[in-house]
Design a protein around this ligand. Structure first.
Ligand code: 13P
Length: 324
């Protein structure tokens, strides 16, 4: 399904739909299991890195298989959207629309304003013919996502959002209020340090900017990218089992909880699942160095991801029980 109805209900109900990236079978199984067990609607996201790694055709059919898997798990009416994450050209978005994706993102945020509108509008005009919804982005997030790097963030300018949404015709808008991609969302100099744990405490998100945007576009679906919280328990397991992730820090969950209650109705999480996977695999490698069957370390990784996704759905986004 596309995102239209999902978002309308989420905005009304004061919760957010999880948008989880997937690159492999274990991740997809974990997402579907967590959503089936909690009856949460879900957006499955495919990034350009995922397409390069796993092959777009394979991912698309895996998503179709995921719907059947969800039903097998006893989820009678699964609400699953297949979404292109960070499409950067009209051609790519068109190919995903033609290929059966139910939603696409066109990310023209690095372009000059008028060019971002023109590109988004072109994608919207094409996608809407097939009832495919379109996410656009205004403002720039810092951080690394796959091979896309942006050094600095620029908050979305609230004075631009009405013009942008109206002229582009987009169905939802990703904004920049201080989140960023990856496991290193803030530089140590942007944070304070907890004297007890020595861990970095990140600066708060710009909720004033979000509130202004909501006032300008009441009820319009807003999207937050870069919303992993980088759970410190995973960072600690990784670091104590041969890994090296110094000062990895994310967005505190209470801030995401607050955002989910507002017009933010899609929250993107990718890095946290990578951390859960890596922590579980590293643990097996250290504790059972003789293990060489991938199922013996990918299995625990999958179980850990199920726990992570369920936690996000129930404790952070509030989307449990919304797709009975
Ligand atoms: P994280 O790196 O914070 O998980 O963000 C993922 C994302 O926004 C995908 O578009």
């Amino acid at each position: 399904m596309n995102t239209r109805e999902m978002f309308a209900k989420a905005v009304d109900g004061g919760y957010a739909i999880p948008a989880f990236n997937f690159n492999n079978m274990e991740q997809l199984q974990a997402i579907i299991k967590a959503c089936a067990e909690t009856k949460s609607p879900v957006i499955l996201q495919v990034s350009s890195g995922a397409r390069k790694y796993a092959n777009q055709t394979l991912l698309r059919y895996m998503a179709e298989g995921a719907v059947e898997y969800a039903k097998e798990l006893g989820w009678e009416h699964p609400q699953i959207c297949l979404h292109l994450d960070h499409g950067d050209t009209f051609e790519l978005c068109k190919s995903c629309v033609d290929f059966g994706f139910s939603s696409v993102m066109i990310d023209g945020s690095s372009l000059p304003y008028e060019e971002n509108i023109a590109l988004t509008k072109k994608v919207v005009e094409y996608a809407h013919q097939f009832d495919v919804t379109v996410e656009a982005e205004l403002g720039v997030l810092a951080g690394v996502e796959d091979d896309v790097v942006a050094e600095e963030s620029h908050y979305t300018k609230p004075e631009e959002v009405i013009d942008f949404a109206t002229r582009s015709g987009c169905d939802s808008l990703a904004i920049s209020i201080g989140t960023s991609h990856g496991a290193y969302k803030f530089k140590p100099e942007q944070c304070t340090r907890d004297p007890q744990t020595g861990k970095l405490v990140p600066p708060p998100l710009a909720f004033d900017v979000l509130e202004e945007i909501e006032k300008k576009l009441p009820g319009f679906p807003i999207v937050l990218h870069g919303s992993s919280s980088v759970p410190q328990e995973y960072v600690d397991i990784i670091n104590s089992h041969g890994g090296n992730l110094p000062d990895a820090v994310g967005i505190p969950e209470e801030q995401l909880r607050k955002a989910a209650k507002s017009a933010v109705c899609k929250i993107n999480i990718d890095s946290d699942s990578r951390l859960a996977f890596t922590a579980a695999v590293r643990k097996v490698f250290v504790e059972k160095p003789g293990e060489f069957d991938p199922r013996k370390y990918c299995g625990p990784a999958r179980d850990e991801m199920v726990r992570l996704y369920k936690h996000k759905i129930i404790e952070v986004l509030g989307s449990d029980g919304k797709a009975e």
